[in-house]
Write a protein that binds this ligand. Structure first.
Ligand code: PLP
Length: 379
């Protein structure tokens, strides 16, 4: 049996998405910038996809800019706001994705002030500290993710956006892990920038978007042709764009079933692990304000702690030791390092999708129980 529980790293592509992508590949090869019929047909597909993405978020199509994914969209939001909006300070957290953290660190080298908001012991943003930081200081961009990709903690976007508005700060949120898992109404939620990536919601890799609030005017990030209304030169990834829109349609069409099913799997895994492994804990706020697709498990320390993930892999179970980019390398998780936890205890992130079943959880927990039965718990 093989079980895939690494859906926060990437997801299985939906068959309807594959069909939509293949259809455009076969039938629609024109360059969307060409003015002839083949070009106009390709352009029409892209603009239809843009309208679809915008409609799901209650945004205007002119506010959606397709990018190569979440990383590019995060870079664009941060770098454009420094260059074009007079931002002199970035407030973010130490548990953001590296697409935000490394971009902010790069900006710091260029003279932008970088400030980290305090976190609570279980990894939530300390909102009173954020309010204090915003009360004074230069023009600020707040960049905070909606859900943490390693531990799943959720941020109250409405509260933070209101706080930013009251204090005259711009607000960027990385919604890569939550897009298509929750509804967004950008008529009501007042954010300046929001980022998404299709491969996290059963769409293709290498395509995402940046939402830029129409009240915010920024200049091009990638120079070249006039694509994406002059904001991003380069022939559009029409296959990816069509696939992204289809994936949004599928996901939002079945959102409630998907939420119930996946939340059920997470809750079930928590209780099964508690029964199977003495002393098991959960990192972050697993049973509180938490993304239902992510469960970060804090296992007891045993002689095979270092090899836990490897052992699961041998048994056909794919999970992750941290974020996708740090799994497989020896670098410890920068997110777990910020939590009040025993850093010696091994942590594994299991992340679920609609394609997972109760049998997947039963198989995984039984294999984990076997491993712990064989090896004495140290602490
Ligand atoms: N932001 C978050 C929270 C993520 O989890 C990821 C992917 O792991 C990214 C950004 C980067 O997205 P992409 O892989 O599309 O560049």
């Amino acid at each position: 049996m093989s079980v895939y529980l690494d859906n926060a790293a990437t997801t299985q592509i939906d068959s309807e998405v594959i069909e939509a992508v293949c259809r455009v590949m076969k039938e629609n090869y024109g360059n969307p910038s060409s003015v002839h019929g083949h070009g106009r047909k390709a352009r029409a597909e892209i603009e239809k996809a843009r309208r679809t993405a915008a409609a799901h978020l209650k945004a205007s199509p002119a506010e959606i800019f397709f990018t190569s994914g979440g990383t590019e969209a995060d870079n664009m939001a941060i770098l454009c706001s420094i260059r074009d909006l007079g931002v002199k300070r970035i407030i973010t957290s130490k548990i953001e994705h590296h697409a935000v953290l490394h971009t902010a660190e790069c900006a710091e080298k260029d003279g932008v002030q970088l400030v980290f908001v305090k976190l609570t012991p279980n990894g939530h943003v300390d909102l009173s500290n954020l309010e204090e930081l915003l009360a004074s200081g230069p023009k600020t961009l707040v960049s905070l993710m909606h859900a943490n990709n390693e531990i799943g903690n959720l941020l109250d976007l409405k509260k933070v956006s209101e706080m930013c508005r009251r204090n005259g700060a711009y607000f960027h949120t990385d919604t890569v892990q939550t897009m298509c898992h929750y509804k967004f109404n950008l008529q009501e939620l007042d954010v300046d920038f929001l980022t998404a990536s299709a491969h996290k919601f059963h769409g293709p890799k290498g395509i995402g978007f940046l939402y830029i609030n129409s009240k915010v005017q920024v200049k091009p990030m990638i120079h070249g042709g006039a694509q994406e209304r002059n904001m991003r030169g380069g022939t559009e990834n029409i296959y990816g764009i069509v696939g992204l829109a289809k994936a949004m349609d599928v996901a939002y069409g079945e959102l409630k079933q998907h939420q119930d099913h996946v939340q059920g799997l997470k809750t079930y895994m928590i209780s099964e692990l508690r029964n199977a492994v003495e002393g098991v804990k959960f990192n972050g706020d697993a049973e509180g304000d938490s993304l239902y697709t992510v469960l970060n498990v804090c296992f007891p320390h045993t002689p095979i702690s270092e090899m836990l993930l490897f052992n699961l892999d041998i048994m056909g179970i794919s999970a992750s030791g941290g974020s996708a980019c740090s799994s497989g390398s020896n670098v410890g998780s920068h997110v777990l390092a910020q939590l009040d936890r025993d850093q010696q205890r091994p942590a594994i992130r299991f992340s679920f999708s609609k394609f997972n079943t109760k049998e997947d959880i039963d198989f995984t927990v039984s294999k984990i129980a076997e491993l712990f039965a064989k090896h004495k718990i140290i602490s």
